[in-house]
Design a protein around this ligand. Structure first.
Ligand SMILES: NC(=O)c1ccc[n+]([C@@H]2O[C@H](COP(=O)([O-])OP(=O)(O)OC[C@H]3O[C@@H](n4cnc5c(N)ncnc54)[C@H](OP(=O)(O)O)[C@@H]3O)[C@@H](O)[C@H]2O)c1
Length: 295
């Protein structure tokens, strides 16, 4: 068997086209375009690349973007003041603070200060709770949201399937498990102390891996025909000095066993920004509905 490759680039392009159509309809209805504010603290080169990508893709779908580049010496108070100003700004519908933040700044405090209505990353505790309970209108973390869309490109209905999420972070693993459970998968979550990971993987109809451990999941750990989503991205440098990105799944082995699999790069990565754009449009639509609702 050779697995079907799930083309994250193509599916992300579909999501961006849907968002662009939604933005055009929003503007045609007399509203200013949705606006995303992206805040970066410090000079981490990878974060600069991510922010530039987000800004470019935001503008490409017809939304406005504002970029706030703050120096590494920025204090927590200064960052919280900026977030509060953006919370109050009616032209800003989505606020994204790029992580990692300098260690002196309390990430949880920052995330909790972003208005839940503008929290397009979905990390504010209110949105975490709303996502966990399946509340309508929750802003859901972008990577798990994108993974669900990739899974649905293979399975129209996942109810009753067995899913294993390897990795239990607040950014990926935990919200991922909650979304799968909402669609009535039977979900397990594995982490560093999980025993017998190999056997647990072999039971999974849907295997989502988000650990940051390159090649952790071997081909013969995979249930034949399973859908495998590799969230992991690690940059490795070969002895000749060339760099490449690798995932958490041994792709060359897994492709002979899985039914469908995401590549790295070109799988989950492109979906994350596309879902950020979708969340920003949703936030703008919700703000408009609230403004139009009778008092
Ligand atoms: N494509 C994208 O857009 C995107 C977005 C986000 C993240 N990522 C990538 O996804 C990966 C994970 O990101 P993250 O933010 O979730 O990382 P993280 O916060 O470091 O969490 C990693 C998780 O994996 C678990 N883990 C680590 N080693 C393991 C092992 N040997 N067996 C089982 N579980 C293990 C950890 O368990 P404990 O909880 O027990 O420590 C933890 O729950 C990274 O490569 C990251 O770059 C990609």
């Amino acid at each position: 068997m050779t697995a079907r490759i799930i083309d994250g680039k193509a599916i992300a392009a579909e999501v961006r086209a849907e968002v662009a159509a939604g933005v055009a309809a929003f503007v045609a209805d007399g509203s200013p375009p949705p606006g995303l504010a992206v805040v970066l603290v410090g000079d981490d080169p990878a974060s600069h690349v991510y922010v530039a990508n987000k800004v470019r893709q935001t503008e490409a779908v017809g939304m406005t973007s504002r970029r706030y580049m703050l120096g590494a010496e920025t204090t927590e108070r200064q960052l919280l003041d900026l977030v509060e100003r953006l919370n109050a700004d009616p032209h800003v519908h989505g606020i994204l603070v790029q992580f990692p933040l300098p260690p002196e700044i309390d990430t949880v405090k920052v995330v909790s200060t972003i208005s839940a209505a503008k929290d397009v990353d979905g990390f504010n505790p209110l949105n975490v709770g709303r996502t966990a309970t399946g509340m309508k209108g929750a802003l859901t973390p972008c990577t798990p949201l994108g993974v669900m869309r990739l899974i649905h490109s293979v399975h129209a209905d996942i109810a009753g399937l067995g899913a294993l999420v390897v990795g239990a972070s607040n950014v990926v693993g935990r919200p991922m498990a909650r979304l799968l459970l909402q669609e009535q998968c039977t979900v397990s979550v594995a982490h560093v102390l999980t025993t017998d990971l190999e056997r647990r993987c072999r039971d999974a109809d849907i295997l989502v891996v988000a650990t940051g451990v390159p090649g952790l999941i071997r081909g013969d750990w995979i249930k034949p025909g399973a859908t495998v989503i590799d969230v992991g991205i690690t940059r490795i440098t070969s002895s000749s000095g060339t760099e490449r990105l690798v995932g958490d799944v041994a792709f060359d082995e897994a492709i002979h066993v899985a039914g469908a699999i995401t590549p790295v790069p070109g799988g989950v990565g492109p979906m994350t920004i596309a879902c950020l754009l979708a969340n920003t449009l949703s936030a703008a639509q919700a703000a408009k509905e609230e403004a139009c609702a009778p008092a």
